[in-house]
Design a protein around this ligand. Structure first.
Ligand code: TMP
Length: 204
């Protein structure tokens, strides 16, 4: 199979990852790379329906296991419908959140075994894993001030501490793939850091 380049963006809510993903997308276009940007949850029609459910603050009763499986269902469709075809076509795929979000938010955050979370997601990802993950990292209080309070964002600071700790654990376990990027500077400063990681890896 012809292979593209798969890069994912991670981080707690409000940290500015979508802005940075857009900047990387623009830079790829300038450089003439065939590039697609996409996101989870919500990168497909099915996913947009699942996203509405998952983020609806009115949905009070969603259990942790069902939440985990809904994120995995969104991912299964997204991988099959968007990510694999783009990679097969040799494109650069920039994805706003992926498997690491489920490990951090449902695994570490909701206290589900991260190993089990990965096992459940094996069915969804079909072996498709990012070559590089850029995880923006910042003090929680600063990042969360920028959020609007959807169903996940209504969770308390303790929850977000566990999520952030989850990201730090992944960074320690997979230093070759998963990079923590200090997101406390200006948009341009953060972008410079991100681009230097991409450039050092020589993957674009
Ligand atoms: P977004 O605001 O970055 O688009 O993400 C939507 C929310 O869903 C965000 O609060 C993080 C959360 N999320 C999970 O809890 N688990 C996941 O697997 C993914 C992809 C997102």
């Amino acid at each position: 199979m012809k292979q593209g380049t798969f890069i994912t963006f991670e981080g707690i809510d409000g940290v500015g990852k979508s802005t940075q993903l857009d900047l990387v997308y623009q830079k790829c276009l300038q450089l003439g790379h065939p590039v697609v940007k996409t996101r989870e949850p919500g990168g497909t029609e099915l996913g947009r329906g699942i996203r509405r459910l998952l983020l609806n603050p009115g949905l009070k009763n969603l259990g942790a296991q069902a939440e985990l499986l809904l994120y995995a269902a969104d991912r299964a469709q997204h991988v099959a419908e968007v990510i694999v075809p783009a990679l097969k076509a040799g494109k650069v795929v920039l994805c706003d959140r992926y498997l690491d979000s489920t490990v951090a938010y449902q695994g570490y955050g909701l206290g589900r075994d991260p190993v089990l979370v990965r096992q459940i997601n094996e069915l969804a990802v079909e072996g498709v894993l990012p070559q590089l993950t850029l995880c923006l990292d910042e003090e929680l209080e600063r990042a969360l001030k920028r959020t609007k309070g959807d169903r996940i964002e209504q969770r308390d600071l303790e929850y977000y501490h566990r999520v952030r700790n989850g990201y730090h654990q992944i960074a320690r376990a997979e230093p070759e793939r998963f990079f923590l990027i200090d997101a406390s500077g200006t948009i341009d400063q953060v972008f410079e850091k991100i681009w230097s990681v991409i450039a050092e890896r020589g993957i674009l």
